[in-house]
Write a protein that binds this ligand. Structure first.
Ligand code: ATP
Ligand code: MG
Length: 562
């Protein structure tokens, strides 16, 4: 259950079902579970499922398990398991029990034998291609396997020899005997056990037969006493098998499965397989690359757990898959940081400004607000000296009239400080601006000017003498297409500008020894925090968590208007 409380969850069809079940006495309390397969890192789509399952437990004072659905030993690992636990905790949730489907292998095997004994399961010896052929299509019914009518004894014998490792992989499989002509293809005698000589990261080499998802999931839910088994829409057809299994084995619990829509996010991919490909092909810097929609990446980028929970609340839970704008996610963190992040100054692309009428050795300390609205966040003193840095973007050699920043013979105000006027521009041999020589108006402190003249532009700056050097990384959409999953080769659609590095940024001195986990707004630039992996005391690295405004909304609008 969550440690911090969020806004109340809005009503959705699942909450309505649960409320109804509780009111009608069908259940006394709720028991949900989040059942990831430990075969990769969790992504923001999983966060939706986590917030739903743990949110139900929270709201209805029920219980919730974290269950690892670990029945594909080749793809699963301890490392993935640990990262999943860590991610769920980071999101602010606590599970009642930590479970594994592998905890139930013995019992699941027992239920398979029960089905065989009841004549409801048989060992099939068709190979995979033949099985597919016999299964039929949506238009054509399937055909019974020639092995379908094996006797109970023969089935028990073969199944025990499968378990004993007497056969090769694929030689036999155990299938539920349901109906080869069912209009639901999934009901055409689904395989419930297959032979796999794989070392399992928990059960070791104890088993060489493993139960399939459709057989494992319902039984695991029933063993744990789950009331509402919430999964995504692609499992809608599987519900028939879920119910068939529980109706035909001796277990006195029959959870109900409900399906909800998957989350998809624009300009990224939410599939463990695709994410895995990005990582293994080195298209990104590991699972926690700040551009990835993995929980690890989002976390390293600087999103807060509260912002992710808020995002999940915002998108809601419906019976349709959704394709959500990235802006919805970004707005959730902006909303969080707007009120809490301390304001500071950071200059990403510095140009030096020499204030020729300010004494060389003097430092003047200027009081600056830590937050424009929240006075409780206090103030700090920032040093003003003869040399300061401003951002290259705040200067133009030949500015248009409406450029209210600095240009030759123009005047601009340094935020919280004085007005400065540019008298001389120093360029190198190739014409790059390397230094600006300015004068300041000593009577222009606190928004005033000596003669009452108005100065429109206000820019950020840092003292050259006191500034801290840092590398700043700015991130953008990972893909250049809104729905890269539809592209023939999604990796070709990566956005080449998804990471822009500013190696020579100059930051306000207070950032030099700031809390490594603090999130800041660099005024006029964006929200930032230190990169947990690469930032070191002698080489600070800051990540942009999110920009101040949604620049993509403007780009898209411009495109529509043209
Ligand atoms: P992927 O398709 O990314 O590999 P998965 O569904 O195979 O994901 P699981 O480990 O099986 O991953 O998922 C655990 C739970 O999270 C399941 O209940 C699944 O339905 C849910 N889930 C996975 N992806 C999403 C998503 N995009 N939106 C909502 N829920 C999701
Ligand atoms: Mg899955």
């Amino acid at each position: 259950m969550s440690n911090e409380t969020n806004n109340p969850a809005p009503a959705n069809f699942i909450r309505n079902i649960i409320t109804d079940d509780l009111n009608n006495g069908r259940h006394e309390s709720t028991y949900t579970r989040f059942p990831p397969e430990p075969n990769g890192y969790l992504h923001i789509g999983h966060a939706k499922s986590i917030c739903l399952n743990f949110g139900v437990a929270d709201e209805f004072k029920g219980k919730v398990n974290l269950r690892f659905d670990d029945t594909n030993p080749e793809k699963e690992s301890e490392e993935y398991m640990r990262s999943i636990q860590d991610n769920v905790e980071w999101l602010g949730f606590e599970w009642d029990k930590l479970c594994h489907s592998s905890d139930y292998f013995e019992r699941i095997h027992g239920y398979a034998i029960e089905l065989i004994e009841k004549g409801l399961a048989y060992v099939d010896s068709l190979n995979a291609d033949e099985m597919r052929e016999y299964r039929g299509t949506l238009k054509e019914p399937g055909k019974n396997s020639p092995f379908r009518d094996r006797s109970v004894e023969e089935n028990l014998n073969l199944f025990s020899r499968m378990k004993a490792g007497e056969f090769k992989e694929g030689e036999h499989a155990l299938r539920a005997k349901i109906d080869m002509s069912s209009p639901q293809i999934i009901m055409r005698d689904p395989v419930i056990y297959r032979i796999k000589f794989a070392h399992h990261f928990r059960s070791g080499d104890q088993w060489c037969i493993y139960p399939m998802y459709d057989f494992t999931h319902c039984i695991s839910d029933a063993i744990e006493g789950i009331t509402h088994s919430l999964c995504t829409l692609e499992f809608q057809d599987n519900r028939a098998v879920y119910d068939w299994v529980l109706d035909n084995i001796s277990i006195d619990c029959h959870p109900r499965q409900y399906e909800f829509g998957r989350l998809n996010l624009k300009y990224t991919v939410l599939s463990k397989r695709k994410l895995n490909q990005l990582v293994t092909e080195n298209a990104v810097d590991g699972w926690d690359d700040p551009r990835l929609p993995t929980i690890a990446g989002i976390r390293r980028r600087g999103y807060t757990p509260a912002s992710i929970r808020e995002f999940c609340r915002e998108i809601g839970v419906t019976k349709k898959d959704s394709l959500i704008e990235m802006t919805v996610l970004e707005n959730a963190i902006r909303h969080d940081l707007e009120n809490t992040a301390l304001r500071t100054f950071g200059v990403l692309k510095p140009i030096k400004v020499v204030i020729t009428n300010f004494p060389e050795d003097k430092t003047e300390w200027i009081t600056a607000k830590n937050h424009p609205k929240d006075e409780s966040l206090g103030t700090r003193d920032i040093p003003f000296t003869r040399e300061v840095y401003i951002d290259q973007d705040d200067f133009m050699l030949d500015p248009p009239k409406k450029f209210f920043r600095l240009g030759p013979d123009r005047e601009v105000r340094l935020r919280y400080g004085y007005a400065i006027k540019c008298n001389e521009v120093i360029q190198d041999d190739s014409g790059n601006v390397v230094e600006l020589r300015c004068t300041y108006d000593p009577e222009s402190a606190e928004g005033k000017t000596a003669d009452g003249r108005k100065i429109k532009g206000i820019i950020h700056w840092v003292s050259a003498k006191y500034a801290v050097d840092a590398e700043v990384r700015r991130y953008d959409r990972l893909f250049r297409l809104p729905n890269p999953s539809n592209a023939e080769n999604f990796i070709d659609q990566l956005n080449p500008d998804s990471l822009v590095v500013f190696p020579n940024a100059k930051l306000e001195s207070s950032l030099g020894n700031s809390d490594k986990k603090a999130r800041f707004q660099f005024e006029r630039v964006g929200y930032f925090w230190q990169d947990s992996k690469d930032s070191k005391p002698d080489k600070l690295v800051f990540n942009q968590i999110v920009s101040l405004r949604d620049s993509w909304a403007r780009i898209e609008k411009d495109q529509q208007n043209n």
